[in-house]
Write a protein that binds this ligand. Structure first.
Ligand code: ADP
Ligand code: MG
Length: 499
C-alpha cells in the first residue's frame, strides 16, 4: 500500500525570500546544495517549483518508489541500475543510455535522509564512470532535499557492512564523497503545514529529541479512546501489522457488499510502485483516502483528502468528503523516465496505471506517511516507535494540535534520536556506532516475528487478539493467519487464559 501521488504547487503559493534565494542558488549556480528545514517548510514544494521553472537538464531521483512518484522522478535504483542491496564499486554499471547522464546538469535527490552512505558513494562513482569525468559526481550539480530529523535509511540486515566500510555510518553524510565535497546548506524556516505556536513548539522539542515530561504530558492530554475518535481521522502506526489489522478489521466489520476493482497497468510499473491497490476492495461505509488531486480548478478534493464511500457500482464510486457527495472516476498515474532529445533531456512516460484513486484509510504506516499532509491524525505507537525521527514524522503530518489525537500514550522512549545526526548537524566528528537505544529496539523487533513451537509469533498473537477483540469472525481469522479453525480457537483460548 502506498499514499503518494504527484506534488502540485498550491494555489496560494507564497514566494518567500528564502524560497527565491534557494531557487537562485539552484538555478543560477552549479553549487551542490542541501536544502533542508523542518517538516512542512515547503521543501517538496520548492522542488516542484524548480522542476517547473528551470531550464537546466535535470533528473529527480529518490530512494523509495513512492517518493519518486510524488516528486515526478525515478528511483535511484532504476536510474543508476543499482542492485537492491549494499552497493559496492563493483556494482556500478556502465549505463546503456550514457548520453543521458552525459547531458545532465543537475541531479535532485528527494527525501535525502533516507539515502544511505553506500548509495551516495555509488551515485558519485556512476556519474564519474558514465560521464568519463573524474570529478566529484562527474561534474553534475547535486541538490539534496530532506530533513535529517525524519526517517533514516533502512539498512535491514546489512549492519555489518556499514560497520566494516563506514564505521557504522549509514547516512549520506557518512559517505566518502560527502566528506570530500562542498555542499551549501540552505534551510527553509517558514512553517506552512502548521501555524499554531504551541504546536510548533512541541513539534520542535520532539524533533530535537528533547521534550520535558511536563510537555509530553501536555501532548498526551490529546489521548483518546479508539471508539471516541472523530470522523475522517487517519491512524498512523509504526508497524505494518498494526495498520493492516486496523484496515482489515474495519473493512470486515462493515456488513455491506464487497466490490473489487482491477487496475489497468501498462509499461514498466513495478508492484512496489503501484499508487493504490491493483485489486482494490471497497465497501460502502469504508473510510478511504483520495490518492489524486481533483482535476477541476475548484479543487473539491486533494491528494490525501479523507472520505467515506457512499455508493458503489461497477463503474462508479461516490464518496462523502467534508459533508459533500462526489462521484470520483478512475485516475491515471504515469511513470517517467529520462531521454535525450537533441541536446536536451526530456521526460518520457514509460508506464501507466489506471484505477479508482482510493485506498483504505483508517490507518497507514508512519514510513508511508512521510511527505504527506493530513487534516486529522491519530497516532497509535502501539508497541512503541523503533526508528530515529519516527514520532516526529508522525506528529508533524497534521496541521493543528486540536486535530492531533493520541491512542497510546507517547513515552520518552518513543522519542528516538540518533546522535550521529546531532553530531553531524553540530559539525562534530561522527561517533563510531549508533546509539544503543536504536540497536536495542531492533533486536526486540526481530524477536517479535520469531515463531514459537506451535507456529505463532509475538506479533501474530498481538494481531490475533486485536482482531478477535474487534469481533472479526473466526473463519476470517483462519484465512488471515492461514491456520485451521481449530488452531485459531485454541490459540485464542490460550491467549485469553494467559492474560
Ligand atoms: N511557499 C508556499 N506557499 C504556500 N503553501 C506552501 C508553500 N510551501 C509549502 N506549502 C504547503 O505546505 C504544505 C507542506 O509543504 P511540503 O512542500 O510538503 O513541505 P515539506 O516537504 O518541507 O515537508 C503543503 O500543503 C504545501 O502545499
Ligand atoms: Mg517533503
Amino acid at each position: 500500500m502506498s499514499l503518494e501521488t504527484n506534488t502540485e504547487l498550491p494555489k496560494d503559493l507564497k514566494l518567500t525570500k528564502e524560497f527565491l534565494e534557494a531557487f537562485k542558488v539552484m538555478n543560477e549556480t552549479s553549487k551542490n546544495v542541501f536544502i533542508t528545514g523542518n517538516a512542512g517548510t515547503g521543501k517538496s514544494t520548492l522542488l516542484e517549483y524548480f522542476r517547473e521553472k528551470t531550464k537546466k537538464n535535470t533528473a529527480i531521483v529518490a530512494r523509495q518508489g513512492i517518493t519518486a512518484l510524488k516528486a515526478k522522478g525515478q528511483t535511484i535504483h532504476s536510474f543508476f541500475k543499482f542492485p537492491i542491496h549494499f552497493v559496492t564499486k563493483k556494482d556500478v554499471k556502465t549505463l546503456r543510455d550514457r548520453e543521458l547522464v552525459q547531458r545532465l546538469d543537475t541531479l535532485i535527490i528527494e527525501e535525502a535522509s533516507m539515502v544511505s552512505s553506500d548509495m551516495f558513494d555509488a551515485i558519485d562513482t556512476s556519474l564519474r564512470k558514465n560521464r568519463s569525468i573524474d570529478k566529484p559526481f562527474g561534474g553534475v550539480q547535486i541538490i539534496l532535499f530532506g530533513d535529517l530529523m525524519q526517517l533514516p535509511p533502512i539498512v535491514g540486515g546489512e549492519e555489518e557492512l556499514y560497520e566494516k566500510f563506514y564505521q557504522g555510518g549509514r547516512y549520506f553524510f557518512d559517505s566518502f564523497i560527502y566528506k570530500k565535497t562542498e555542499f551549501e546548506k540552505i534551510e527553509l524556516t517558514e512553517a506552512f503545514r502548521q501555524k499554531e505556536k504551541k504546536f510548533l513548539n512541541l513539534l520542535n522539542k520532539i524533533r530535537k529529541g528533547k521534550i520535558s515530561n511536563l510537555e509530553l504530558k501536555s501532548l498526551n492530554s490529546q489521548v483518546i479512546e479508539y471508539e471516541n475518535l472523530p470522523k475522517d481521522v487517519i491512524v498512523l502506526a509504526p508497524r505494518n501489522n498494526k495498520v493492516d489489522d486496523i484496515n482489515l478489521s474495519k473493512l470486515y466489520e462493515l456488513k455491506t457488499k464487497t466490490f473489487i476493482y482491477s487496475a489497468i497497468v501498462k509499461g514498466s510499473f513495478k508492484d512496489s510502485e503501484f499508487p493504490v491497490e491493483r485489486e482494490l476492495k471497497l465497501k460502502v461505509g469504508a473510510q478511504v483516502m483520495v490518492a489524486k488531486n481533483d482535476t477541476d480548478p475548484t479543487k473539491r478534493w486533494v491528494n490525501g483528502s479523507i472520505g467515506v464511500i457512499q455508493h458503489l457500482s461497477q463503474d462508479e464510486v461516490k464518496v462523502l468528503i467534508k459533508g459533500k457527495l462526489y462521484s470520483i472516476g478512475k485516475a491515471k498515474w504515469e511513470k517517467f523516465n529520462y531521454q535525450i532529445n537533441g541536446s536536451f533531456i526530456q521526460q518520457k512516460v514509460v508506464g501507466s496505471f489506471i484505477q479508482f484513486p482510493f485506498k483504505l484509510a483508517w490507518a497507514v504506516t508512519i514510513h508511508k506517511s512521510q511527505g504527506q499532509t493530513f487534516d486529522k491524525i491519530a497516532l497509535d505507537l502501539d508497541t512503541g516507535a523503533f526508528a530515529h525521527g519516527q514520532t516526529y514524522v508522525a506528529l508533524s503530518r497534521g496541521k493543528t494540535l486540536g486535530n492531533t489525537f493520541i491512542l497510546s500514550k507517547i513515552n520518552q522512549k518513543d522519542i528516538i534520536f540518533d546522535n550521529r545526526v546531532k553530531d553531524f548537524l553540530e559539525n562534530k566528528k561522527t561517533i563510531k556506532s549508533p546509539s544503543k537505544k536504536v540497536i536495542g529496539k531492533k533486536t526486540y523487533g526481530a524477536l517479535d516475528d520469531q515463531k514459537d513451537e506451535s507456529g505463532w509469533s509475538i506479533s501474530d498473537d498481538r494481531k490475533l487478539i486485536a482482531l478477535f477483540k474487534r469481533k472479526v469472525p473466526e473463519h476470517a481469522l483462519s484465512k488471515i493467519f492461514k491456520k485451521s479453525l481449530k488452531e485459531i480457537k485454541e490459540r485464542i483460548t490460550y491467549l485469553r487464559n494467559k492474560d
